[in-house]
Design a protein. Structure first.
Length: 149
């Protein structure tokens, strides 16, 4: 099967304080804040700007021992990952494995907005943490708490 990527879904930026960071992106840049969501499975709270492809996602750790918290402690605020929307996440993961790219996730897991996600280690993507995402284009029925701004 041929793997097909739909394109860039979002760019994720890790921040220390989500509520403090939102006004910069919303008010100073004029981006539309479309939702704020807590994703317990990933121990983060997210703020998503825009709709559809090419969104900006701010992520903030909700626990001090999560992977995102460790990233923030060692590298500070900034670019965390890019996310590629794929038609079939299992096929994309198999293709990357065959190409020698190390995957962080063995199986897809729950992500923001009800999507299925898996991460590819930066070693396999020329230094960039990459998220694969398969899911609804607009958030629908996800565990965790979500609010519209």
């Amino acid at each position: 099967m041929t793997v097909r990527a739909k394109g860039l879904d979002h760019v994720a930026i890790v921040v220390r304080d989500l509520e403090e960071s939102i006004p910069l992106w919303r008010d100073a840049l004029g981006l539309e804040l479309s939702e704020v969501e807590e994703v317990p499975e990933q121990q983060v709270k997210t703020a998503i700007f825009g709709h559809g492809m090419g969104r900006v996602e701010l992520i903030c750790p909700t626990t001090p021992d999560s992977g995102v918290a460790k990233f923030l402690a060692s590298r500070g605020e900034g670019l965390h990952h890019v996310c590629i929307e794929v038609e079939d996440i299992e096929s994309a993961m198999d293709s990357l494995r065959k190409a020698g790219a190390p995957l962080i996730d063995r199986e897809p897991r729950s992500g923001a907005g009800g999507a299925r996600v898996a991460f590819v280690h930066p070693r396999g993507m020329r230094g960039v943490l990459t998220e694969l995402r398969q899911g609804p284009s607009e958030p629908a029925g996800v565990s965790g708490s979500r609010r519209r701004p």
